[in-house]
Write a new protein. Structure first.
Length: 349
C-alpha cells in the first residue's frame, strides 16, 4: 500500500514538474514598432492568435521608425529585438546596415504584392499606404474653402500660419511632402536644389510649426491651429474615429507610397519562431484582422474587409494607389544625412 502511495506521489510530482517546465518554456518575442494605432491594432487584433497558437508572448518595443532603427543598430551584435517594423525608407537603411535576415520562402510571402518585397526579400511590406493631404474640415467649412487637390495648396496664401508640416529630417510624411514639392518644381530624388531653393518662399511662408512627428496633429486640429498637413488615409481614419474634424485628399500629382515594412533581425535569439511570425503577419487572416481593427491596409491582396464601411475604405485606398508615386530610396538614402542638415539649417532654422 505504501509503495502505491509513493508511486502515486512520484507520478504527481513528475506531472507537476513537466507542467512547470512547459510553462517556463513559454518564449517571448520582442517586436519594435510604432506606437499609437499600429501598436494597439496589432496587440489587440493580430498578435493574440499567433501567441495562442505558438505558446509565445509578444512584447512591443514602441517608438518611431528612427527610434527603432537606433535601438537595433546599438544592439547589432546582441539583438534585444526579434522583429522590427520600419517605414520603407528607413528599412532600406536597416538592410544596408546588415540588420535584417532574409525572409524564408513561405506561401504567405508568395501571396503579397511583388512591390512589397524589398531587396531580395530582406524585408517586406505588411501595411501598404501613402502620404497625401489631410485637412481640417471644420476650418475649411467655416471659411468656405474647397477641399485641397494639390501639394501646391500648402503654399496658398489663405493658409498663412495654418500649415503644420512634419520635419523632413525626422518624419517620412514631411520628407514625402517635400520631395513631391521638389518634383513639382522640376527636381527629382537625385536633384533637390529646386525644393530647397523654393520651399522657404512658398510653403515655408505658411508654416505655423514644424513638428518631429504627427503626435500633435490632433490637438492642433481641435484647437483650430492646423488647417492642412501631410498625412496618410490610415492616420486620418484614426483621427476621425476620435471625432477630430479631418479628411483625406488625394493630390492630383499623386500621393507617395509609404509601406510599413517588417524584417526579422539578424542574429536574433529566436530565428525560427521569428520567421514564423513574419510569415503570419503576411497572411490574409492577419492582414484582414488589421484592416478591420485599425484601417491598416494590406499588402496581401487576399485580405478582405468584413464590413460595408471597410470595403468602401479599401476600394478608396486601391483607387489612391493607382496614382501613388514610388520614390527612389537608394538616391534618397545616399544623401539623406546631407539633406537633414540642410533642412535643419535652411528650413527650420
Amino acid at each position: 500500500m505504501m509503495k502505491s502511495i509513493h508511486a502515486a506521489l512520484a507520478a504527481s510530482i513528475a506531472c507537476l514538474t513537466v507542467a512547470g517546465s512547459a510553462h517556463a518554456e513559454t518564449k517571448t518575442l520582442y517586436v519594435g514598432m510604432n506606437g499609437g494605432n499600429l501598436e494597439r491594432t496589432f496587440t489587440q487584433a493580430v498578435f493574440p492568435a499567433f501567441e495562442k497558437a505558438n505558446d509565445v508572448k509578444i512584447v512591443v518595443v514602441p517608438g518611431t521608425s528612427s527610434d527603432i532603427l537606433a535601438k537595433a543598430t546599438a544592439a547589432k551584435d546582441a539583438p534585444q529585438m526579434n522583429l522590427m517594423f520600419l517605414d520603407d525608407g528607413i528599412m532600406y537603411r536597416a538592410i544596408g546596415l546588415g540588420l535584417c535576415e532574409k525572409l524564408k520562402d513561405s506561401p504567405e510571402l508568395a501571396e503579397v504584392d511583388k512591390a512589397a518585397r524589398m531587396k531580395d526579400d530582406m524585408a517586406v511590406g505588411v501595411n501598404m499606404g501613402m502620404t497625401g493631404i489631410a485637412y481640417n474640415t471644420k476650418l475649411f467649412a467655416d471659411n468656405g474653402w474647397a477641399a485641397p487637390t494639390s501639394w501646391m495648396d500648402f503654399a496658398d496664401p489663405k493658409f498663412a500660419d495654418k500649415v503644420v508640416f512634419q520635419s523632413a529630417s525626422a518624419s517620412s510624411f514631411g520628407l514625402h511632402a517635400f520631395l513631391m514639392f521638389n518634383r513639382i518644381q522640376g527636381g527629382d530624388e537625385t536633384n533637390v536644389e529646386p525644393g530647397f531653393t523654393k520651399f522657404g518662399s512658398t510653403i515655408g511662408k505658411n508654416v505655423l510649426e514644424y513638428i518631429p512627428s504627427s503626435a500633435k496633429i490632433s490637438e492642433m486640429t481641435q484647437a483650430g491651429e492646423a488647417a492642412i498637413f501631410p498625412l496618410t488615409p490610415t492616420a486620418v481614419s484614426t483621427l476621425k474615429a476620435q471625432n477630430i474634424p479631418v479628411e483625406y485628399a488625394q493630390p492630383k500629382e499623386g500621393s507617395v507610397v509609404l509601406m510599413y515594412t517588417a524584417c526579422t533581425i539578424a542574429k536574433n535569439s529566436e530565428p525560427e519562431l521569428t520567421q514564423k511570425l513574419a510569415a503570419y503577419l503576411l497572411s490574409a487572416d492577419a492582414q484582414s484582422a488589421a484592416l478591420d481593427a485599425g484601417d491598416v491596409y494590406p499588402s496581401n491582396p487576399k485580405a478582405v474587409a468584413s464590413t460595408p464601411e471597410g470595403k468602401v475604405k479599401l476600394d478608396a485606398f486601391q483607387t489612391y494607389m493607382k496614382t501613388a508615386v514610388v520614390l527612389d530610396w537608394d538616391a534618397i538614402n545616399a544623401k539623406r544625412a546631407e539633406w537633414n542638415s540642410r533642412w535643419n539649417k535652411m528650413i527650420e532654422q
